[in-house]
Design a protein around this ligand. Structure first.
Ligand code: FES
Length: 123
């Protein structure tokens, strides 16, 4: 762990151990954080669902129906949506926001960093 601008850097995994579509849950001090490789970008969220505190990072990563014209069903955001394992709430891993109440409900997010082939989360 190295201190960087008042944040602590926590080691997650080697880049090759966390390919696109994969994830890993780490312990960072008192927090459990899920780190996801979302189409080549690392996203990190606290492993607590804002609904009833489930370990949200143990849910499925998937896509969802995106806005479309009446009578059309368009699938999108594949690999970018985390669905809570308890009651199915969906969160966009890119910003942590709930798909249904983005202004009221979100997962806590953390910065990530890649350095010398290693993925880190900054807390
Ligand atoms: S605890 Fe996550 S949806 Fe209910």
């Amino acid at each position: 762990m190295l201190a960087a601008a008042s944040k602590t850097r926590h080691e997650v995994a080697k880049v090759e151990e966390l390919p696109s579509g994969s994830s890993k849950i780490i312990q960072a001090g008192r927090r459990e954080i899920g780190v996801f490789n979302v189409n080549g970008t690392y996203r990190a969220v606290l492993n607590i669902c804002p609904h009833e505190l489930a370990p949200v990072c143990k849910g499925h990563v998937k896509g969802t129906n995106v806005p479309s014209q009446p009578g059309e069903y368009k699938w999108g955001l594949e690999g970018e949506v985390l669905q809570c394992p308890w009651h199915g709430w969906e969160f966009n891993l890119n910003d942590g926001k709930s798909l249904h109440e983005p202004h009221r409900c979100h997962l806590r997010t953390f910065e990530t960093e890649v350095s010398e082939g290693m993925v880190y989360v900054l807390v």
